[in-house]
Design a protein around this ligand. Sequence first.
Ligand SMILES: Cc1cc2nc3c(=O)[nH]c(=O)nc-3n(C[C@H](O)[C@H](O)[C@H](O)COP(=O)(O)OP(=O)(O)OC[C@H]3O[C@@H](n4cnc5c(N)ncnc54)[C@H](O)[C@@H]3O)c2cc1C
Length: 476
Amino acid sequence: MGELNQIPLKTDVLIVGGGCTGVGIFRDLALHGVDCLLIDAKDFASQTSSASSKMLHGGIRYLESFDFALVKEALHEKNLWLKLAPNLCQELPFYLPVYWESKYPFLWMTKVALKTYDFLSGFQNSAHKILRAKETILKLPGIKKEGLKGAGVYYDAIVDDAKLTLECLYDSLLEPNANAFNYTKIDKVEAFGDSYKAELTNTLTGEKNSIIAKKVVFATGPFSDDLLMNLGFSWKNRLLPTKGSHLWIRKNSLDIPYPLVLQTFDGRIIFVIPQRDAILVGTTEIQAKGDFFDLKCSEEEIDYLLKNLQEFFPAAGVSRKDILSTFAGIRPLVKKEGGNAHNTSREHQVFRPGKNLYVIFGGKYTTFRVMGREISSEIVHGFGGTYNPGTTLQALRQPSVFPTFTPWELSEQAVLESLSHEKVRTFSDLIHRRMGLLSLSNWNHKKSFVDFFTGMLDDMSRYIIVNKAEITKFWP
Ligand SMILES: Cc1cc2nc3c(=O)[nH]c(=O)nc-3n(C[C@H](O)[C@H](O)[C@H](O)COP(=O)(O)OP(=O)(O)OC[C@H]3O[C@@H](n4cnc5c(N)ncnc54)[C@H](O)[C@@H]3O)c2cc1C
């Protein structure tokens, strides 16, 4: 998988940022035979790209702002990934209950919206349905009955966001011209003849390296404004950073077999999505500032999400005791005059702050492949190559050791395989993004996990720095 220990002295394209956006560009370039190097200051997919609502979706909400082109493109991408990576995403019916006090209180309005959604998917979506109140209650027994008029049912997909980014990365690394280093941050970049010289630091060891790159792409999401200004670019704030938090709650705390889209008391929507052995609840929308790395969900955000659950599931008694874990991320929205977090478009934008320099952010997880195509095609043409837009339509070739939606055994052999082949650098990389633990209720098996990993300490130490304290930090 192109696992070189040494950062090369030069590359044609240096991509900074290993979330879905950077990896989308990387894969497209790699498959076009372009010599490219991807770096991330932390683990790949460890920031926004593992803190999403974990949906590949057109965005039912964006119909409200007539963002039809974005919805159409995203629906197309969603249906494409269901074919390219069926192990990482699943289509499910999403239930949208309608109440007298909802923002859109008439079922015919829901019908029009869902018809439009199906139409924009080119009828690739499974067809929507409209349910009356009685049918809705049969499907969702615990839901608030007072004022319920019925529900719309439409189809979107759930996804393992971190894994999709990682599997795209592993797929790219099958190409000999592609290489990637996590825990490598860019500290400085300056012109060097027709190219750029970048100084890089390994954030785990402090080791410094420099590299000459003909082109540099910044796919650093919500970190872009600060980073570009720190690097001395003539750059003003172009982001509208918007925090969103989620809760994982116990599966048995709500009696819902399907994902729900709740129209909240403050005119927003939140998703409640049963997945494997837990339920994902989110999200909030708060304008944010400060350091965006490794964010936490605040007490106020927990209160807000619980309050909505209590409103729509009055008999369930959901409370803090049902929370398994929480996570938060920043939407890297492109700032627009007079825009706020709610009304700002999810369109992405490409900036060119200098010759052979690119900055890209905005967009949605669902559309990362087409975002990558935009930059990759320009670069391939710039090098005099032929760009084939169909290149990234091939299925991913390197599945993760630990699958997402099918059960796996806790085996020493699988852990060692992941440690040696999946760019794991820390124990947290292994259990969070490679194994998918913690977010779900594997908490039930705390003791067996601690015993298992403690028994493997010597073997794991051949690959990462880990000790007993590190393990019990995650399962105290
Ligand atoms: C709460 C929330 C819910 C969302 N839900 C959905 C959803 O359900 N569906 C959907 O389609 N979209 C969703 N989105 C949007 C989607 O998650 C983001 O658009 C996408 O993940 C952004 O990815 P990115 O690669 O641009 O940024 P990131 O994933 O943040 O990647 C940027 C990377 O840059 C790295 N970096 C920063 N500084 C440096 C440096 N100096 N050197 C090297 N690397 C650096 C960071 O470590 C990071 O890994 C959601 C977003 C949020 C916040």
